[in-house]
Design a protein around this ligand. Sequence first.
Ligand SMILES: [Zn+2]
Length: 462
Amino acid sequence: MRLTFFGAAGEVTGSMHLLETAGKRILLDCGMFQGRREESRKKNENFPLAPADVDAIVLSHAHIDHAGRLPILRKRGYRGPIYCTSATKDLCAIMLADAGFIQEKDWQFLNKRHRNSLPEPLYTAEDGAAVPETMIGVPYEHATEIFPGIALTFYDAGHILGSASVVLDIATPGRPTRFVFSGDIGRTGLPIIRDPKPPASDQPADVLIIESTYANRVHESVAQAQELLAGWVNKVSKRGGKIFIPAFAVGRAQELIYELHGLERADLIPDVPIYVDSPLAVNATDIFRLHPEAFDKTEQLIRMTDDLFHFKLVSYVRKVEESKRLNERRGPAVIIAASGMAESGRILHHLRNGLDDHRNLVLMVGFQASHTLGERLRSGASEVKIFGEEVKVRAQVALISGYSAHADRPELLAWTNGLGPKPRRAFVVHGEQDRLEGMASLLREAGVSDVAIPTLGQAFEL
Ligand SMILES: [Zn+2]
């Protein structure tokens, strides 16, 4: 058995690992490197495998840093199976098309800078939309033989709709070899989706690959996050201000709608109009409605209604003209718009128009990477540049960390303990250096003796 790390090795993005076993080559995730445009294009373009080098792909979830290189492999001729949950398949249909659209835009931008020396985009919206043609939806906790002697089972990772941890049981003399890939592990109590379920077994995993995004952090609880959200809506409405929430269109946007719906039903927020201003978020919300099988049936709102995303306060905005009209609107409102780090998308228009009003609030509900507008606002900048214009920041800026889609340190430890006997060997991926080391020491403290932090391209004989 041989394992090679082709991404999320020593960094967060580009998740992709190749497992070679029993004469088959199985690719776990096929994610995109993200970050600075120029640098990530080079990393993504330099794809390390030919389509013929891969017999099957197993995809943990639809986030672009896990699925975003699939269109490259398809464009080069890969037509083999891609196993994932059916919610992941549906989300990929819109997310990969959207990623292709962004690639087309990036190509136009980079081509100007390089005097037309780039022959074509990395891939197009059309390339992205074609990927689900060979995706096979597999239910959770249902062992599926993907090759003779290799069984695949998904467990809910509780990270985004359809997200999974991956188990491969490989027939070997004596007992099967158990291979576990955590995918991205979510949080306990996140709205809509179920809590993460570690793939428990009385056999130790022979190999574990585990993420470490927040291995050094402790988040506030989701219940505290909802309380904070209610507090802000009350406070800002009372002073006649608007709340701008930069949010990822898939996942975070739906969670916020759901939370606000719950607060409205419980009469904990005033009657303030809520606008979801992002076509991708609107499409993603439709996909959520198609996958009640992935919902957490223990949550009160889910038991109370079949229509989680429609209530009297919420409106969905698709058209650009309608979005522009929101700027002229007077009085309190909540505006949820992409992108999550305020780097692009409609949130920029709202911020340009609303940042100089002290009654308004910018509410950060997700991770803000360095060098983004979101991070500049979060760190208290008094002036920011939007569309080349200097804008004074008079609006208040606040942060809610509890809606993070990633497990914190105690939750990562709980997940690892939930596996059963200690894994024999562990590889730590998907984190910045201090988090990778934090997770490695957490595993060692928990009794896993053989722990490695692989580097990009590193291969291990197992
Ligand atoms: Zn993810």
